[in-house]
Design a protein around this ligand. Structure first.
Ligand code: CP
Ligand code: NVA
Length: 341
């Protein structure tokens, strides 16, 4: 019999709501136990003798450090392959690179430009490919973001009582003010799956593209009480009753040549307390940002305020990476039996 095809993780669309919930819960449980000084037995050494290739065609702080740290925690070897280190894109095709790498390593984590680079690797790889950011999606960021929401909004269970199933985020209202980009698209898919409402305000010409709207819409198919998506060009309209305000850079990696035009297009979209108040956000609204951050999209007064959970969100990238990579170290049948993924 031929081996099962590898299970890739190219976007949050690749997991069911219950798998997403499990990934977030596992990330939280690893965070709690490791921070209190004990590494769960099944995690320790679960990647011993395994190499995880990390193809990074673009810069990274959080994704690189969290992935390398996660692999080391689990006893494996993270092999960083920057854009000038390997033959890919210069001398060798995606297909040939994927075939060769997957004959030597257990998993490939890849940060690329066009999303077709990730799907191209996945088509030819015999080991799982994990998307570490493409122009369309950033699924590891979404796991960390949902963990951060869970920690912020889901009160701890009463001692002695078992925790409620799910993440307790249904009905939460997120407001995204800024560019409709990779980080937003996976967050929107995750929100649909978990019953979280999301309002998006982006200027004309920078809205969610139609095909992506369809993908986000489909993420709610067969989900009971799927989260709703609302779009506007007016920041204030997205902010009404928001529990959380989020944004990202206005100039993503690869868009540097459009900087002047983009800064002009996004005028009036900077997240400030004044804007939040004008739009009618909830009194205790929180602020999130995947980082790296620039002052144009959010004022210092918000970014460094007690409302801001951005550094907790960044730390959660490590726990999300451990939670996700642990699924790679287990066989398909084991993980299905354990419902770990
Ligand atoms: N949020 C995020 O992915 O950051 P890096 O680009 O530093 O990895
Ligand atoms: N939207 C940003 C995210 C960086 C983590 C970019 O693509 O550059």
């Amino acid at each position: 019999t031929s081996p099962l095809p590898p299970r890739h993780f190219l976007s949050i669309a690749d997991v069911t709501p219950s798998e997403l919930t499990t990934l977030v819960r596992n990330a939280q449980s690893y965070k709690n136990s490791i921070k209190s000084g004990s590494i769960p037995r099944h995690l320790l050494g679960s990647l011993t003798g395994k190499t995880i290739a990390m193809i990074f065609n673009k810069r990274s702080t959080r994704t690189r450090v969290s992935t390398e740290g996660a692999v080391v925690t689990m006893g494996g070897h993270p092999m960083f392959l920057g854009k000038d280190d390997i033959q890919l894109n210069v001398n060798e095709s995606l297909h040939d690179t994927a075939v060769v790498l997957s004959s030597m390593v257990s998993c490939v984590v890849a940060r690329v430009g066009p999303h077709s680079d990730i799907t191209g690797l996945a088509e030819s790889s015999t080991v799982p490919i994990i998307n570490a950011l493409s122009d369309d999606y950033h699924p590891l960021q979404t796991i960390a973001d949902i963990l951060t929401l869970h920690e912020t909004f889901h009160s701890s269970p009463t001692p002695g009582r078992s925790p409620t199933p799910g993440l307790g985020l249904k009905g939460l209202k997120l407001a995204w003010i800024g560019d409709a980009n990779n980080v937003l698209f996976d967050l929107a898919i995750g929100a649909r799956k978990l019953g979280i409402d999301l309002s998006v305000a982006s200027p004309k010409g920078h809205e969610i593209p139609k095909p992506m709207l369809e993908v986000i819409g489909q993420a709610g198919d067969s989900v009971e009480d799927a989260g709703r998506l609302f779009e506007t060009r007016v920041p204030e309209e997205a902010l009404k009753d928001a529990d959380v305000i989020l944004t990202d850079t206005w100039v993503s990696m690869g868009q540097e040549a459009e900087m002047t035009q983009r800064l002009r297009a996004f005028e009036g979209f900077q997240v400030t307390s004044e804007l939040a108040e004008r739009g009618g956000a909830k009194k205790d609204w929180k602020f999130m940002h995947c980082l790296p951050r620039h002052q144009e999209e959010v004022s210092d007064e918000v970014f460094y305020s007690p409302r801001s959970v951005v550094f907790q969100e960044a730390e959660n990238r490590l726990w999300a990476a451990i939670g996700k990579l642990n699924t790679m170290s287990r066989s398909e049948s084991q993980t299905r039996a354990d419902n770990i993924l």
